[in-house]
Design a protein around this ligand. Structure first.
Ligand code: MN
Length: 261
């Protein structure tokens, strides 16, 4: 690529013809976190912000805090080592993933109407193929995100997790859909719900396919994304870089998209 391409991008950023969309939910004590069924053991804690000083006797000229938060909290990145299927892959932790993989084209499959009509909505292979017929093929090396407008529930743990006595009800992909996307060579799968899988994914084969299959293949996940309704079906660039946590299984991210408009 010639340096002219980057110059063009630089001009477009400065003039505002390329815009930056924030795909990130606010991260704080109110951020909803996943609650696993009791048989699975421990859960991730809610975010806690501890004051070190706030221009006071503990630090007269400065304010700073220390944080208590899980790797998989809020808008976050799943590294392949997050799942047992990806534990032996190369470069499977947040500190070893090649940085080139943090910037990639993104496909956005809008299933907001379907998810509104049915919170247990599952994205199928046929549905992806219909999307491709309309918008073009999903290319190798790109991200695929499902828009559900679920992020609008992110202010409340109850509506975001949407659980009842039968478990959580939230949209996601079928195992076959993930297999299909992997056959296209995608780099990662993401959505707006608390995790990358549907609420009903524990009963799928394999259980939690967006985790099991994606991470087994050395690919990535993005959860609790926001504002996917501001992205085109194709043509945007996703920037999602986890903190370089040593041996990290995931990390909160400031996920951004570049769009023209
Ligand atoms: Mn996660």
């Amino acid at each position: 690529m010639s340096s002219a391409s980057l110059s063009t991008l630089a001009s477009a950023l400065l003039s505002g013809t390329v815009k930056v969309v924030d795909l990130t939910a606010p991260l704080g004590p109110e951020t909803p976190v996943l609650y696993l069924p009791p048989q699975f053991g421990k859960n991730t804690p809610k975010v806690a912000v501890h004051t070190i000083s706030a221009y006071d006797q503990d630090g007269p000229f400065w304010a700073w805090n220390w944080l208590e938060l899980g790797e998989h909290t809020g808008t976050h990145f799943d590294a392949p080592c997050h799942w047992i299927t990806g534990k032996d892959n190369e470069n499977n932790t947040t500190d070893t993933i090649p940085p080139q993989n943090f910037v990639a084209p993104v496909n956005v499959i809008d299933r907001s109407k379907e998810a509104e009509a049915d919170p247990d909505y599952l994205l199928t292979v046929e549905s992806i193929q219909e999307w491709e017929a309309e918008h073009g093929e999903i290319e190798a090396g790109s991200w695929v995100l499902m828009r559900s407008d679920w992020y609008k529930r992110n202010g409340s743990t109850e509506t975001f997790l949407n659980a009842d006595e039968n478990g959580p009800h939230s949209p996601g992909p079928t195992a076959e859909a993930i297999q299909y996307l992997l056959s296209k060579g995608i780099i990662g799968w993401g959505q707006e719900t608390v995790g990358t899988d549907a609420g009903s994914a524990g009963g799928m084969n394999p259980p939690f396919p967006a985790h099991n299959l994606m991470h087994g293949a050395g690919k990535y996940g993005l959860a609790s994304l926001s504002n996917l309704d501001q992205l085109p079906a194709k043509g945007a660039i996703l920037i999602a870089a986890p903190l370089k946590l040593v041996k990290g299984t995931g990390s909160p991210v400031r996920a951004l998209a570049l769009i023209t408009g």
